[in-house]
Design a protein around this ligand. Structure first.
Ligand code: XUL
Length: 558
């Protein structure tokens, strides 16, 4: 029997994105076209919380960074009111999903499941959740105050590498497990008073269904608590984190599953249809993966922003001491890998300012007039303490003598203090991209068959050209904004289809004939790098990694 993968006529799909600085929402129609979107910006539209960039930073320099949980609730009230004012027909929405900033956590006070189950549609949500949390401040991904807890957890599990092989990442300060452990140790009353711990994603889903939503397997893997191969809570990681934790976390669910039906509150107050599905929410990076239409092994996205992030899909991840592996949010059979670099746009801008008269035009001209491979010049630029590799602030430049790209045999490098300005420009761009290629390969990503560039610097054609030749891949850019809320809306449609089929169906079924039409990503017709140049870049990359490993041994931290 041929399955019918069509979406219902004249229906809508709603996707939220509860991020650090704002709550956004995107509405798609049956053809996956955007028909409405709204944003609530926390600092300016909810000024009474007095957040800066959506957060509170501890002034005493402990690295503690939190957000007021209630602000996210009030933002939901506000964004739904905005849709009412814009005339959105809530009755046509057949499925809702969402995206939450990864790692942030909410501590529901004992008795709050009753609050969730009995919301009064006459009142805004805000007035009903005032007493629902064991702590009013949610730790978020920017927090860096849990180094001690990270080392404690790694020790119990048998080391950083063991923890990574089990949960997809070594312990990171921002990950939820170390955050929970810190609360358990420093605020035992809060931990004791908590009946359920949600991630930002499952927290918002819980409000929509009027009961505790599961944590999805993908966002759950940003906690250092999930066994990523079995997709269950890891007993040893739970024990290393805090006692009695499993019952506070509830069950895990795949990201495409139905979390529940929309609660009567939303049916009565906003006229959502009875039976509107709420699909599991997930993290923002996983939702962006869906929003950028990555859907099969070999799909890779490079986001060039303040920090550079690269993520893709693979069947065979190799979790190590760097980067993260999550179950793929749109295909339970494979994995999403993600690498984050701290030195992104600001470091490129620093080179532009020092070497290219503070002008992107001059920067691009330098990129155009210098040859690929840069005559064997390799640069490492860390204006910020880098995560990948773990190296302190500093610049390191090397020249490979007589480098032709044909062999590394007998090749010597020597360190130099500086390059001429055009070479410095090429060195930072090639350096960042070679590092991305090397680390994604080390991490088990196959060579990309489709590469999608996004973020501010993806508007720069010269940088896109460098990406195409270093990765030897066609490069696409994105035409539609807000990939996280867009991805959530697409996942809402995908979850609806899976529910209708009664089993998982690949998300690509939904795109057939529609991908081009909705032009989620537009082909740039970049020439793929030729085979000879690719093999030369491969040698340069190997040499770069040798030097990088030496730098880490000399200057890095474990
Ligand atoms: C990912 C991470 C950030 C947040 C931003 O590990 O910490 O990208 O998800 O919201």
């Amino acid at each position: 029997m041929v399955m019918d993968y069509s979406l219902p006529e004249d229906s809508l799909f709603l996707g939220f994105d509860s991020s650090t600085q704002s709550l956004k929402a995107t509405v798609l129609d049956t053809n996956l076209n955007i028909i409405a979107s709204e944003t609530v910006h926390f600092d300016s539209e909810l000024p009474h919380y007095k957040t800066k960039d959506g957060v509170y930073r501890d002034p005493s320099g402990t690295g503690r960074i939190v957000s007021p949980t209630l602000m996210w609730v009030e933002a939901l009230d506000l964004i739904l009111e905005k849709f009412v004012n814009a005339g959105l027909d809530f009755g046509k929405i057949v499925a809702v999903s969402g995206s939450g900033q990864q790692h942030g956590s909410v501590y529901w006070k004992k008795g709050s499941s009753a609050t969730l189950a009995s919301l009064n549609p006459e009142k805004p949500l805000l007035t009903q959740f005032g007493d629902a949390f064991a702590t009013k401040e949610s730790p978020i991904w920017m927090d860096s105050s849990t180094t001690v807890e990270c080392r404690e957890i790694e020790k119990v599990v048998g080391g950083a590498l063991q923890l990574s092989q089990l949960t997809g990442s070594r312990a990171y300060e921002r990950f939820t497990g170390p955050q929970i452990r810190k609360i358990y140790k420093t605020l035992p009353d809060v931990y004791h008073d908590t009946e359920r711990i949600s991630l930002v994603s499952s927290f918002m889903a819980s409000i929509l269904i009027g009961s505790y939503a599961s944590i999805d397997e993908t966002d759950g893997s940003g906690m250092n608590l999930v066994d990523i191969r079995q997709r269950v809570w890891s007993k040893i990681a739970l024990e290393a984190t805090a006692p009695g934790l499993e019952e506070k976390l509830g069950k895990l669910a795949p990201a495409h599953a139905v979390a529940g039906l929309i609660a009567p509150y939303f049916v009565e107050r906003f006229h959502f249809r009875n039976g509107c599905l709420v699909i599991q929410w997930s993290g923002d990076n996983p939702n962006s993966l869906a929003g950028l239409t990555l859907n099969k092994p070999g799909d890779l996205a490079i986001s060039l922003g303040t920090s550079d992030t690269i993520f893709g899909i693979t069947n065979e991840p190799h979790p190590g001491l760097e980067g993260h592996v999550f179950p793929n949010p749109v295909d339970p059979k494979c994995y999403m890998v993600m690498l984050c670099y701290k030195n992104g746009s600001l470091t490129r801008e620093d080179v532009r300012n020092r070497c290219a008269e503070q002008s992107w035009d001059v920067f691009n001209k330098f990129l155009e007039i210098t040859p690929p491979l840069n005559g064997g010049k390799l640069g490492f630029y860390y204006k910020e303490h880098e995560i990948l590799p773990p190296l302190p602030v500093g610049f390191h430049r090397y020249v490979l003598e007589n480098f032709t790209g044909d062999s590394l045999y007998g090749l010597k490098e020597h360190e130099v203090d500086g390059f001429d300005a055009p070479s410095e420009v090429r060195a930072i761009i090639e350096g960042q991209l070679l590092s991305m290629r090397a680390h994604t390969e080390r991490f088990g990503m196959p060579s990309p068959n489709r590469l999608i560039a996004t973020g501010g610097a993806s508007a720069n054609q010269s940088i896109l050209k460098a990406i195409a030749s270093i990765f030897a891949s066609d490069v696409y850019t994105v035409q539609r904004p807000d990939s996280a809320s867009l991805g959530a809306a697409l996942r809402a449609a995908h979850g609806w289809l899976c529910n209708k089929a009664g089993k998982f169906v690949p998300i690509s079924c939904m795109y057939d004939n529609k991908l081009e039409k909705t032009s989620l990503a537009c082909h740039l017709s970049m020439p793929a790098g030729d085979a000879q140049l690719l093999s030369k870049y491969t040698l340069l990359m190997k040499k770069r990694m040798e030097i990088e490993d030496q730098l880490v041994q000399k200057l890095g931290r474990s």
